[in-house]
Design a protein around this ligand. Structure first.
Ligand code: PAF
Length: 283
């Protein structure tokens, strides 16, 4: 498998591929790959001739130095895992911080029409400026035809769609279903760090989301939120950061339900010092 380290190597290869009219798919990641990432790569391979996978722990999207430091970095294992799908059609781009940022490790300020102020934006300072900065830069380097993002980070997916629209970037964004462990826990690179008792308890998040979905059929968003908050208050291991039912387009919390709108319920919760997020479509 080709593992490229610099943007020059990527540009040169992309030039060759495009001169042969080949379609390029792209899956940006921060590594510590799991089946969820592989499902994105497989979606990419279905409709593109090659899929680039970037593996880069982006410093500007972390608001917490410890979280950045502890983020798992497992390049060799990641490459092995990708090889199980295809050796020749996947190209890894694993740049250094210097390759991406030179000596200026800062993010650009973006406006995503308010999407950036909701949920994760309220709890993770500067996070979406960091995501916008890296995704835009990676799109400029890889210039993919198609790019794939998981719906686990649903807000990120909507923000990337907004980024592409605002900057007229010629790439089609596909949001892929959340990939879950058999317990229902949404797959995440952070799951690896969960201690056994927390790992056992973490599926409670999805279980609660599923129950919230049923309740939303007959109850108001406020009543459902109250119920979820009570359920978490009874749980000694998981600490709820937020539960929000939001309009999928604006990501604003729903005040009064409308049949014309689509809603999702979102949870962020701590299991020990590990922050987990998940969400579910409600209608
Ligand atoms: O979802 C992620 O892993 C990251 O936010 C992304 C999109 C790779 C940008 O660093």
């Amino acid at each position: 498998m080709r593992v490229l380290k610099t943007k020059e190597e990527v540009s040169s290869l992309v030039g060759q591929l495009k001169s042969q009219n080949l379609k390029i798919g792209f899956v940006p990641t921060m590594g510590a790959l799991h089946q969820g990432h592989l499902s994105l790569v497989k979606s990419g391979l279905d409709v593109n001739n090659v899929v680039f996978v970037s593996i880069f722990v982006n410093p500007t999207q972390f608001d917490n130095a410890q979280d950045l430091e502890k983020y798992p970095r497992t390049l060799d294992r990641d490459v092995e895992l990708l090889q199980t799908i295809s050796d020749s059609k996947i190209i890894v781009y694993a740049p250094s911080v210097e390759d991406i940022y030179s000596d200026n490790v800062i993010s650009t300020s973006f406006s995503f029409d308010g999407l950036e102020f909701e949920m994760e934006g309220r709890f993770r300072d500067g996070h979406f400026d960091g995501v916008g900065t890296i995704v835009k830069r990676l799109f400029e380097i890889v210039t993919p035809n198609n790019a794939y993002f998981g719906q686990k980070d649903f807000q990120q997916l909507q923000i990337v769609k907004k980024l592409v629209e605002k900057y007229d970037i010629p790439v089609k964004i596909t949001g892929c279903e959340i990939y879950r462990e058999s317990s229902g826990l949404a797959m995440s690179s952070r799951n690896e760090r969960l201690k056994t008792e927390y790992k056992k308890e973490a599926p409670f998040i999805y279980k609660t989301l599923k129950a919230a979905k049923v309740k939303f059929g007959t109850k108001s968003a406020n009543k459902v939120a109250e119920w979820v908050e009570k359920e978490f208050a009874k749980n000694d291991l998981l600490e709820l950061e937020y539960f929000i039912i939001a309009d999928v387009e604006t990501l604003k919390p729903v005040k009064r339900k409308s049949k014309q709108k689509k809603y999702r319920a979102f949870i962020a919760a701590y299991a020990d010092d590990i922050r987990l997020i998940d969400n579910i479509a409600l209608n």
